[in-house]
Design a binder for this molecule. Structure first.
Ligand SMILES: C[S@@+](CC[C@H](N)C(=O)[O-])C[C@H]1O[C@@H](n2cnc3c(N)ncnc32)[C@H](O)[C@@H]1O
Length: 396
């Protein structure tokens, strides 16, 4: 299990403290929660001032989203990121904001119709849920609770069973349903004991090939016990900050690949007792699981590093014709892959149909001979000089 920053025995509940602070900050802007962030200006023009100023993000994950995508925003707050993305994904895309805070949900929904009318389509919704438990529709659970108040341990058990029924029967966010999960300054607010499940939930809801783009506050050293015991620093996005190296490892442990720092602010947002807290934006992909099939594909890693290793443990040596299975070949060479610019794909001259392909384990560092790519019957000779070679524009 990945090491995470743990709180000491606290005299308060982190979730309560976070909920209270952000209920208040939905009503009145709290400058101490604002981390300077730049968004692409043209998307802000149509947003009401109230949404613009209740911005408690620390980065801009919205700039990495494309037309037509279905996007889930974890901890959507006033809805600013969602409304920017609503314009970017267009009428064929969809945006879902999740928050567990009624005041923020009210604020984000307040301008929903107005903004939809302005952009010309309705593609955004806000739902109530905890981001570490994205199967549970909290509004549904609360409706049930109103009709079945809990006054005994037995009724608590009945409520928990009802929550499980909701999770199974009508999950708030279904498995494999989202192209991009984004979040802006929220993951740090989740209780340490729920953080591993949070990453598993992000993984669960993404489609194969989907990606997470997360801006959050990270620290360069473990927060001190004084920091961890301060409730204001929990709700202020400091005490729960991930140590930056462990943040990337959380993605790794959940099964992501192609994990990459897209932006790391030079200047810390805050420094406490010499510990620097700054904004980091990370991208990570889902979809490296599955079997390897032999279709005689190879790749050449272009460099500049002498060799590199992917999240499955494959090592690619610069300039070598590395033999890879079909799954790895697709991951490395797909135009949307985080690797494709560093890779030269070498498909076989004669394609092997998927249904004829045999199992292949490319975990070992195997070099593929050029004759395997071309086929042993390949004896073409093309080096005879020919007049047309010297006509303008045809020379090599
Ligand atoms: C720092 S604000 C960021 C809001 C928004 N992403 C932005 O950029 O302005 C954190 C938001 O996450 C919500 N939040 C915190 N923990 C949550 C949790 N476990 N589940 C759902 N929402 C949560 C809060 O209610 C609040 O609206």
């Amino acid at each position: 299990m990945t090491e995470i920053v743990t709180a000491t025995q606290l005299a308060y509940d982190i979730e309560d403290v976070v909920l209270d602070r952000y209920q208040a900050s939905a009503k009145e802007q709290q400058p101490s929660l604002c981390c300077p962030t730049e968004y692409e200006g043209n998307y802000l023009e149509i947003l009401p001032q109230e949404i613009i100023e209740k911005d408690y993000g620390c980065g801009d994950p919205t700039r990495y989203v494309s037309t037509g995508e279905t996007v889930l925003d974890l901890g959507s707050g006033a809805g600013k990121n969602c409304y920017i993305i609503a314009q970017k994904v267009g009428a064929n895309g969809q945006v879902i904001g999740v928050d567990f805070n009624d005041k923020m949900l009210q604020l984000s929904r307040k301008y929903q119709s107005q903004i939809a009318d302005q952009i010309g389509y309705h593609n955004t919704k806000f739902v109530k849920g905890k981001i570490q438990d994205l199967k549970l529709d909290v509004e549904e659970a609360e409706t049930w609770l109103k009709e079945n108040p809990i006054t005994s341990i037995q009724q608590l058990g009945t409520f928990e069973a009802q929550c499980d029924r909701l999770r199974q029967g009508s999950p708030l966010i279904a498995d494999d349903s989202i192209d991009v999960v984004i979040s802006n300054c929220v993951l740090n607010l989740v209780r340490p004991q729920d953080k591993e499940q949070l990453f598993q939930e992000i993984y669960r809801v993404l489609k194969r090939g989907g990606r997470a783009i997360i801006s959050d506050i990270v620290c360069d050293e473990d927060p001190s016990p004084e920091i961890l015991n301060n409730p204001d620093l929990w709700s202020g996005c400091i005490a729960g900050a991930f140590r930056e190296d462990l943040f990337l490892k959380m993605f790794e442990a959940a099964g992501f690949y192609g994990i990459e720092i897209l932006k790391r602010e030079d200047k810390p947002w805050q420094v406490i007792d010499g510990i620097e807290f700054r904004s980091l934006t990370v991208r990570a992909y889902k979809g490296k699981e599955g079997i390897g099939l032999e279709r005689k594909q190879s790749i050449i890693y272009k460099g500049p590093w002498k060799q590199v290793q992917d999240d499955d443990g494959h090592i690619f040596c610069r300039g070598e014709r590395m033999a890879v299975c079909d799954k790895t070949y697709q991951i490395l060479t797909h135009p949307n892959s985080p690797y494709h610019q560093d890779i030269i794909p070498l498909p076989p001259y004669q394609e092997i149909p998927l249904e004829e392909a045999e199992l292949y384990n490319c975990k070992t560092k195997a070099i593929r001979h050029p004759q395997e790519t071309k086929g042993t019957d390949y004896h073409l000779t093309t080096n005879t000089p020919d007049d047309s070679c010297c006509s303008p524009g045809t020379c090599c």
